[in-house]
Write a protein that binds this ligand. Structure first.
Ligand code: ADP
Length: 200
């Protein structure tokens, strides 16, 4: 069985930067954001059910899910939101599990922004948190997305707190330094995970 290392962190903490370093070392990364798009690709059962529930207006002209139309359809409607989450969460979980099962190598990274919020730590043998001060998360996310400070602050507020995340962590990547410092921590953890996965 593949040894699963869950990787999480708040917006702008450096999750993508960290997973890119693991990928460079040849580690398979199962990415919840990618899986969330794959489960609603044209031809999937989930997309068919969404169209049956919300109507054709949630499809774009080329038959893809129109995410902003879906967002509008569930906006301010708790019943619709619950229905959609009850469809998508198990579908995403199942596909993540399939990708984990097929991942080559002794361990894989399961990158999930809301790993703690969505109670997915049970899928992981170990949890690594990418961490930096909130002021840095804010500055880096604003620079990356060109977003308003208010929007990023609201996202930070809606996510688990830094303390909640750190208390769920087996390992912490301190991303308050340079990208090179991030890379050397990833390399150190990679060796640790190779050892741990071979011992299990
Ligand atoms: P997340 O995936 O957690 O939202 P990213 O990995 O996209 O965060 O990082 C947020 C932004 O900060 C990106 O533009 C990234 O290139 C930059 N970044 C990440 N780590 C560092 C670092 N150690 N030093 C400087 N910039 C960084």
């Amino acid at each position: 069985m593949t040894f699963v290392v869950g990787l999480t962190g708040g917006i702008g903490s450096g999750k993508s930067a960290a997973t890119q370093k693991f990928e460079k070392l040849g580690v398979t990364v199962v990415d919840a954001d990618v899986v969330a798009r794959q489960v609603v690709e044209p031809g999937t059962e989930a997309l068919a059910r969404i169209v049956a529930y919300f109507g054709e207006e949630v499809l774009s002209a080329d038959g893809e899910l129109d995410r902003s139309a879906l967002r509008n359809a569930v906006f301010d409607n708790d019943e619709h939101k619950t229905w959609l989450n009850q469809l998508l969460h198990p579908a995403i979980r199942t596909l993540m599990q399939q990708q984990i099962t097929h991942a080559p190598g002794p361990y894989c990274i399961l990158a999930v922004p809301l790993l703690i919020e969505n109670n997915l730590t049970g899928m992981c043998r170990r949890v690594v948190v990418v961490d930096c001060p909130e002021s840095m998360q804010l500055a880096r996310a604003i620079k990356r997305d060109g977003s308003d400070e208010r929007i990023i602050k609201n996202i930070i507020k809606s996510q688990a707190s830094r303390e909640q995340r750190l208390s769920a962590a087996d390992d912490v990547i301190d991303n308050s330094g340079s990208i090179d410092q991030l890379a050397s921590q990833v390399t150190r953890l990679h060796h640790q995970y190779l050892t741990l996965s071979q011992a299990s």
